[in-house]
Design a protein. Structure first.
Length: 296
């Protein structure tokens, strides 16, 4: 913890409200990454988002962060402008807010379900044509990922859709995403760095892992894992993420559709491997940041 200032960094925990059911797992991946970074010669301090916002302490040159709320992101964006190296960057984390994700995915050709951002006030806009689909649709708060039950709800019919929007509205959430339901096998994936198998860099930290979600009746739709990695990589690049995770659907005919991408998940099932991969990526990223600064 007493390494020279040049090798000092902070890790910032995710806010507890943004870790529903994952409070321990989220904390553990950050702590394990910090331990491995220390083994690589970095001095690490771990802080909560609330501590950082309340303090006037000057940041070190390097940050690795899981926080998501606007107050801390505003602080991080100011530091980013001053040259503080951040993984993930504040701007990338902000891009995981659904109202930003949708246009970024559309403009970058990311395979994503039909989705529309709507006000939570009724009536339901007509451009959400799939709202009356026999397969139903999903209703998701229009900003951050799920923080509590009701933030992501399956609506099997228009009545359920209206009730889900009204519930969000009653909590002061003004916009929601209505998303097409895509049937198939539900997949979870994790990524660090450039995970497209055709374009991986040489920094030694790139890593990709996928697995099927539990508690589903698998249909066994075949798909190419390389195509999944490439799709996840395209989505992460569109948002600016370097450490990320998400969910995808494998459907008939090898079709792959991403349904969610988020910044720095818990990596719970692969914590030991993921923490080493993340730490290797961070060490290379931080040292490269210094080298570029020296060259300039």
């Amino acid at each position: 913890m007493n390494a020279p200032q040049a090798n000092s960094c902070w890790g910032i925990y995710r806010e507890l409200a943004h870790s529903p059911g994952r409070e321990t797992d989220d904390a553990l991946i950050l702590r394990e990454t910090a331990r491995r970074l220390e083994e690589k010669g970095f001095g690490v301090s771990l802080k909560t988002a609330e501590e950082v916002v309340a303090s006037n302490e000057k940041p070190p040159a390097f940050l690795f962060v899981m926080c998501e709320r606007l107050g801390i992101l505003n602080r991080l964006e100011r530091w980013q402008e001053l040259g503080v190296c951040q993984v993930n960057s504040a701007s990338a984390i902000r891009n995981t807010y659904r109202d930003r994700t949708l246009p970024l995915f559309e403009s970058n050709g990311v395979s994503f379900p039909a989705s529309v951002l709507v006000p939570t006030e009724l009536p339901i806009p007509r451009d959400a044509a799939f709202r009356e689909s026999p397969a139903g649709c999903w209703v998701k708060r229009g900003d951050v990922h799920a923080t509590q039950p009701g933030d992501v709800v399956y609506a099997p019919d228009p009545g359920a859709l209206a009730r889900a929007l009204a519930e969000l509205r009653s909590r002061g959430i003004e916009r929601a995403v209505i998303q097409e339901h895509v049937p198939g096998d539900l997949i979870k994936f994790y990524g660090v760095g450039e995970v497209d198998p055709r374009e991986r860099s040489e920094n030694g930290g790139d890593w990709f892992q996928w697995f099927y979600h539990r508690d589903q009746s698998l249909q066994g739709h075949p798909f190419d894992p390389g195509d999944l990695a490439a799709a996840a990589s395209r989505a992460a690049a569109a948002l600016g993420l370097e450490v990320f995770g998400g969910d995808a659907i494998a459907g008939p005919g090898g079709r792959l559709v991403l349904i969610d991408v988020n910044a720095w998940p818990s990596f719970a099932l692969y914590r030991e491997t993921a923490s080493e991969r993340i730490a290797s990526y961070l060490a290379a990223r931080f040292r490269r940041h210094v080298e570029v600064g020296v060259q300039e």
